[in-house]
Design a protein around this ligand. Structure first.
Ligand code: COA
Length: 373
């Protein structure tokens, strides 16, 4: 992998933030209405009463304080509890591409790259706008980039898988520089009526530019020391939404067509899987865990990150070593570790090592070891 660099990143943060307090008021309002409407059935045992959510639980269980969303009113309206994002005409840019373009422009500025320097666009994210045409081709068109583009989805690990794919393509000579974008409207797949998970996601877009070291003119670039990817099938995080739903109308609108998870199982299974993968990766690269200056981890749960940080470093991470952005952004799927990288690398010195690591549905996990140039 030597010779490929991350020369720029970008971030688009949606304009609206929802606090835990606002979200819980809306959820508990829904619970009260539901229980009142079903009072008779609840009383005779035919229906289970819904339980309220609480701000204290959310903060304690996850570390999340707030989340950004592209649309707020629909989510907080107890009669809707979903974002309301009007359809756009085919000759207008789609919202996913629009977010991606804002993040991409920042990454291109950071990397000092014009559209003519870039040969490919990868949209790597958990939920696509549509099956086709690929959103990447729309982003490519909006930015005036020649070459090719394609979409890929490895859920929360889409960005790290995208980085390995792009690095391999550059190393093989198929492109000089590649733009990877991660537009995530996680509020679109979140079941805001599910008490166990209504608080976990937010919306955002991130962008990353990869290129060869010899073309890099950015003063703030990182060389890719190595990448490692891993997948292991699990149903513990699943979403059955897809194009065949139309062929099975009995399932349309059911809760399994949104994000579902067995949160505790995910927690227990993913922490050892990811810690072992990182340690194995570092061993193969001859890098001691405690020599990493920074861990830019997937941002789903503060306790998962603390446990992974301890296992990788062999001690409790010090202030700033494993930056947390999930308090402000919640889980933004593939974008989380990239937001952490984007916001928390500027103090690093030439030669400093860090690791971007994602993990999530699949299960999937990706590790990218970086050295500051
Ligand atoms: N408000 C108040 N209490 C709640 C609640 C809420 N919104 N949701 C659940 N609870 C209660 C449950 O009823 C349960 O109570 P009990 O012990 O009396 O039965 C208790 O809290 C624990 O519930 P559980 O669902 O086991 O929560 P948890 O401690 O596992 O935390 C997650 C939930 C989702 C925060 C946590 O499991 C997690 O983050 N897992 C990993 C998520 C992840 O990385 N997913 C990847 C997605 S890409």
């Amino acid at each position: 992998m030597a010779g490929i660099v991350v020369s720029g990143t970008g971030l688009y943060t949606p304009p609206h933030s929802i606090s835990n307090e606002e979200l819980v008021v809306s959820f508990n309002n829904y619970v009260e209405r539901y229980n009142a409407e079903h009072a008779a059935a609840i009383a005779n045992g035919d229906v289970e009463a819904l339980l309220p959510s609480s701000v204290e639980f959310i903060v304690k269980a996850s570390g999340i304080q707030a989340r950004y969303v592209v649309e707020k009113e629909g989510i907080l309206n107890p009669e809707i509890m979903a974002p309301r994002i009007p359809e756009r005409a085919n000759d207008e840019i789609s919202i996913l591409a629009e977010m991606a373009v804002v993040a991409a422009r920042e990454a291109m500025t950071h990397a000092c790259k014009a559209a003519s320097d870039i040969d490919a666009v990868i949209v790597a994210c958990s939920n696509s706008q549509r099956p086709y045409p690929a959103v990447a081709i729309e982003v490519q068109n909006a930015l005036g980039i020649e070459g090719f583009g394609f979409d890929m989805n490895v859920a929360c690990s889409s960005a790290t898988f995208g980085i390995q794919v792009a690095a391999d393509m550059i190393a093989a000579g198929h492109a000089r520089a590649i733009l990877i974008v991660n537009p995530e409207i996680c509020s679109g797949h979140l079941n805001f009526r599910n008490r166990n998970s209504h608080f976990i996601f937010g919306d955002v877009a991130t962008a990353i530019i990869l290129e060869k070291k010899e073309t890099c003119v950015s003063g703030d670039a990182f060389e890719i020391v190595g990448t490692k990817l891993q997948t292991k099938f699990s149903n513990n995080i699943r979403n059955n939404f897809g194009f065949l739903n139309n062929a099975a109308p009995e399932g349309i609108g059911k809760p399994d067509k949104l994000f579902m998870q067995e949160g505790l199982k995910v927690f227990k299974e993913v922490v050892p899987m990811v810690s072992d993968m990182i340690l194995e990766h570092l061993r193969a690269l001859n890098i001691p865990g405690d020599s990493l200056r920074r861990l830019w981890l997937h941002q789903a749960n503060i306790h998962m990150n603390e446990m992974i940080g301890r296992k990788v470093l062999g001690r409790t991470p010090e202030e700033g070593e494993s930056p947390v952005i999930l308090d402000e952004y919640a889980n933004t799927s593939s974008a989380g570790s990239i937001i952490a990288f984007h916001k928390y690398h500027q103090d690093m010195k030439a030669g400093d090592l860090g690791i971007i690591c994602s993990f999530g549905a699949g299960y999937s996990a990706g590790s990218v070891v970086l050295r500051k140039l």
